[in-house]
Write a protein that binds this ligand. Structure first.
Ligand SMILES: [Fe+2]
Length: 385
């Protein structure tokens, strides 16, 4: 029997090379529109085209730059500036941090107080779900934030946190994905973003919250990842095949956002969140590093369990490996170990050994098919310390 489930997604998905040209026509012509971007995008021909087109249409814009995972202070200050400028819609063009900043500001324009008041596990208020219209335009293929209902807000340090502003209504109304925007993204960033997307697909694929819809999207996403990941494994940067790889990776990342929003994630993300609060490790790097050490332990649990349900999860993981062309789970995880050799380790981002116990104490197994013990989680972290 098919189970009981629900599926949320954007109202409008526009995908494909050249789609950025749709953007001026999608932006409301009344009120001011806030454009949040990364620094790099404002130097691109796409930005000049947008600014020119919007001027032709007499659209008033406020342009702001976000360069790192948004803190509560950044969100509150952008919200205040936007309110004073009469902002009535938000467009975010960038990586996960930029999109999350955009989602948070769009929501906070319709909420009283500061964003911290509404953060899960931190604030004392529930978001109402009201938000101004929001268009998400990813320029990296990673977090899938363009499809998710949360914005991750970070405060670093000993009293740090990495928590979500979350509501079903915060899924951006329009996701506009033009894979060409990621062409030229540096290899190390492309790799860590891609590993995050694959991790999200794999964790949703074996999530205890998986649904028929997320299963279909996760399988399809892994197929696209297999095609797009030639960019990393064959070093196709700058060549004739880069655009083709980028388009497959962009769709894999989008699918991963839908699957994570609807099925939930597992222990890799359960550890990566708190890790990001203790050191400046980018989210994609944290997930890329932890994927193999965590999944090796998940597989060991499943193999020892022997129960029918554990067999189902194991056969799902084996199928994931075969989609990527790997003969066994060992090969699949070995591939991630090879890729993660190219990523800086956690200590290089300022993680101290004395912080690891606190990181683990805040970690969770979320929707993982097995619960890793704190000791197992700690050993996984120390493998990539
Ligand atoms: Fe992620």
């Amino acid at each position: 029997m098919v189970g009981v489930f629900r599926h949320l997604s954007n109202r409008d998905l526009r995908f494909g090379s050249g789609r950025i040209g749709d953007l001026p026509g999608l932006v409301p012509s009344t009120g001011t529109v806030l454009f949040i971007t990364g620094r790099h995008f404002q130097k691109s021909p796409a930005w000049s085209m947008l600014v020119g087109e919007l001027k032709n249409r007499n659209v008033k814009i406020l342009s702001e730059i976000v360069t790192e995972e948004p803190s509560p202070e950044v969100v509150d200050s952008l919200t205040e500036t936007s309110r004073n400028s009469g902002v009535e819609a938000v467009v975010a063009i960038g990586g996960g941090s930029v999109l999350d900043a955009g989602k948070a500001v769009a929501a906070m324009l319709r909420h009283e107080g500061g964003v911290t008041d509404y953060l899960e596990g931190v604030g004392h208020l529930e978001p109402t779900g009201e938000t101004v219209p929001m268009i998400a335009v990813p320029t990296t293929a990673g977090t899938g934030s363009e499809a998710t209902k949360n914005a991750v807000i970070s405060r670093r340090g000993i009293d740090g946190f990495k928590k979500s502003l979350r509501h079903d209504a915060f899924i951006p109304g329009i996701a506009l994905i033009d894979p060409e925007l990621a062409v030229g993204c540096p290899p190390n960033v492309s790799l860590s973003c891609g590993m995050d997307a694959f991790c999200q697909l794999l964790e949703s694929w074996v999530s205890t919250g998986a649904t028929p819809m997320t299963d279909a999207l996760a399988k399809d996403g892994m197929t696209h990842f297999a095609q797009g990941s030639r960019l990393f494994s064959e070093g196709l940067y700058g060549g004739a095949d880069e655009s083709d790889c980028r388009s497959h990776l962009a769709l894999a990342a989008y699918n991963s956002g839908l699957t994570l929003a609807n099925a939930g994630l597992g222990s890799v993300h359960g550890i990566a969140g708190p890790l990001g609060a203790y050191c400046e490790v980018p989210h994609g790097v944290a997930c890329g590093l932890l994927l193999a050490p965590v999944f090796r332990r998940v597989v060991a649990h499943l193999e020892n369990a022997g129960a029918a349900e554990a067999e189902t999860f194991l056969s799902r993981l084996t199928l994931a490996g075969s989609i990527l062309g790997d003969e066994s789970l060992d090969h699949l995880l070995g591939r991630f170990e090879v890729w993660s050799d190219d990523l800086p380790k956690l200590s290089s981002y300022g993680l101290e050994e004395s912080h690891v116990d606190a990181v683990i104490a805040s970690s969770s197994n979320k929707n993982s098919p097995v619960s890793l013990t704190p000791e197992e989680m700690k050993r996984a972290v120390m493998e990539v310390f």
